[in-house]
Design a protein around this ligand. Structure first.
Ligand SMILES: *Cc1c(COP(=O)(O)O)cnc(C)c1O
Length: 385
């Protein structure tokens, strides 16, 4: 059997080595705690589960879904955007259901990038911004994203020869993994830049609902002119503890929505309609649970920030997301340091380098761990390192 070359071009899975070590540790009887995963530990709110139970009982929902999302789902997405951000959207042409935003990100590549063309990708970010390009024979230009530029991906330094062949650019704030937030002026510069160079701007707003200390994220689509060049992705996954359900949407520029929809209609057949009904409840029902979850993550953030200084690590105080992005001591690669933490403390943290070239020198600590396990993990790191 002969597989395609494009599979060989994918970067190695950085957690593979950690997974091996974890299994070895567990075989020795060590109770390994993972602070590595970006998957909410708290259950989906009951109001959403109840809506799902009712929705699964309807025979109509057992048939193929509407590919682009049901009319009520797309209208609910538009209504959510209006309530949350005062953004007005036409549900028929400016909203598209996604089977999770990961799916949308991956399928933007066949919609926009031909072989040999570039995508501008943040120096650290969600891995599919890069691997989605690899799978279509596209090229990645990494935008520098460092502490010095406040983790705001620097598109302005992109060389002209790259720009001439660039079709798409990703940004994402509040950011995974750096947990940085972006001022709206940065969004405005990105919009102007993409307009000037005829590039599709994609804002992945997966953490829009998780803000701390009163911070609430903005939408890129709130900014003037955004709709001329941009689409924005929102997801129920992190906002409503619904990672397993696969419900998200893309919205914004109608031409881009149409192109993505064309690709998708040749590959998938949409979200289970019952899941769409549950997601409508998620978005339009009472939002108290969202604020409660932010409060839980904020408390855990404080626990981690307190512990970090006694461990000898430094990190900026996150205003959102479910991560702390900590600088590691000199003399280690981030993979080596993550290996050391697992060896000595039996705790898994994510090596920064798995999120892109600018992740070297950092680890990502996830707050999606029950309080008692988080406290124990930090205590173990403190005493053993
Ligand atoms: C979790 C995550 C996603 C994927 O979310 P789904 O909607 O579950 O596919 C996309 N982007 C970022 C930045 C994420 O952290």
């Amino acid at each position: 059997m002969r597989t395609a070359k494009r599979i060989e071009n994918l970067p190695p899975y950085l957690f593979a080595e950690i997974d091996r070590k974890k299994e070895a540790k567990q075989a020795q009887g060590v109770d390994v705690i993972s602070l590595g995963i970006g998957d909410p530990d708290m259950p989906t709110p009951n109001r959403i589960v109840e809506a799902m139970i009712e929705a699964t009982k309807k025979p109509k929902n057992h048939q193929y879904p509407a590919y682009a999302g049901s009319k009520p789902y797309r209208e609910a997405c538009a209504e959510w955007m209006k309530r949350r951000f005062s953004v007005e959207l036409d549900p028929a042409t400016e909203v598209l259901a996604l089977i999770g935003s990961k799916e949308g990100i991956a399928h933007l590549f066949p919609a926009f990038v031909d072989p040999g063309e570039y995508t501008l990708v943040p120096g650290v970010g969600y891995p599919v911004y890069h691997t989605g390009g690899v799978l279509v024979g596209g090229l990645t230009h990494w935008m520098p994203m460092t502490e010095e530029n406040d983790f705001l991906a620097d598109f302005e330094s992109t060389p002209a020869d790259v720009l001439a062949k660039t079709k798409m650019m990703f940004i994402s704030y509040p950011n995974n993994p750096s947990s940085a937030i972006a001022p709206v002026e940065y969004f405005d510069r990105a919009i102007a830049f993409c307009k000037e160079h005829d590039i599709l701007l994609v804002h992945d707003n997966a953490y829009s609902e998780l803000g701390f200390d009163g911070y609430r994220a903005s939408a890129l689509l709130e900014r003037p002119g955004a709709r001329d060049v941009a689409i924005e992705l929102f997801s129920c996954s992190k906002a409503y503890n619904m990672t397993g359900w696969r419900a998200a949407f893309a919205c914004g520029n109608a031409q881009a929505i149409k192109a993505l929809s064309t690709v998708k209609s040749n590959i998938d057949s949409g979200i289970f309609t019952a899941v769409q009904e549950a997601a409508i409840e998620a978005m339009l029902g009472p939002q108290d649970d969202v604020h409660e979850m932010s409060a839980v993550y904020q408390r855990r953030r404080d626990v981690v920030m307190d512990a970090l200084s006694s461990i000898g690590l430094s990190a900026r105080v996150p205003k959102g997301t479910i991560y702390v992005w900590a600088r590691i001591p000199e003399g280690y690669t981030s993979a080596e340091y993550a290996g050391l933490v697992l060896d000595k403390a039996g705790v898994i943290v994510a090596p920064g380098s798995s999120y892109g070239p600018d992740g070297e020198g950092y680890i990502r600590i996830s707050l999606a761990t029950p309080d008692d396990r988080l406290v124990e993990a930090l205590e173990r790191i403190k005493t053993s390192l």
